[in-house]
Design a binder for this molecule. Sequence first.
Ligand code: FE2
Ligand code: FE2
Length: 151
Amino acid sequence: MAITKSELICDLKEFIQDELTDSVYYQELARMAPTRMSQELLMEMSRDEKMHAEWYMKEYCRLTGRKYKPDPVPPPVICNYEQALKQRILEETNAYEAYGKVYQSVCDPGLRQLFWNTRTDEAQHAMRIPILLHEMGVDCDIKVSHYSMID
Ligand SMILES: [Fe+2]
Ligand SMILES: [Fe+2]
């Protein structure tokens, strides 16, 4: 089903804030990471999210003729690195689904490419998080992860 221009603008504002929030969140996780490899992966994810926000801001500007002024992102409070990573798998897969829906509801080739690219990055993030869990010596057994994520 097609999305209207005003719906898309509204979605873009939400996506920009989410992406900026995620970027800061991964930065904080990188600070807590137990290994150099984890730190580098998390910083790469943080940069990806910032880039997504910039792509969406560019699109917002193209559609509205106005520059989007993001709300300030409060610093994240992360108590448990492992739980935070598991939660991120859910968030990343949700973003993958959300961007996929927008991809299907727009006709403009540039917009479709944009949502395809961000969707691909979010899937890549979700698929890389088990590496981070493994790096901390966590057993990534799917059942164990599943039960602990839904409690
Ligand atoms: Fe993103
Ligand atoms: Fe992501």
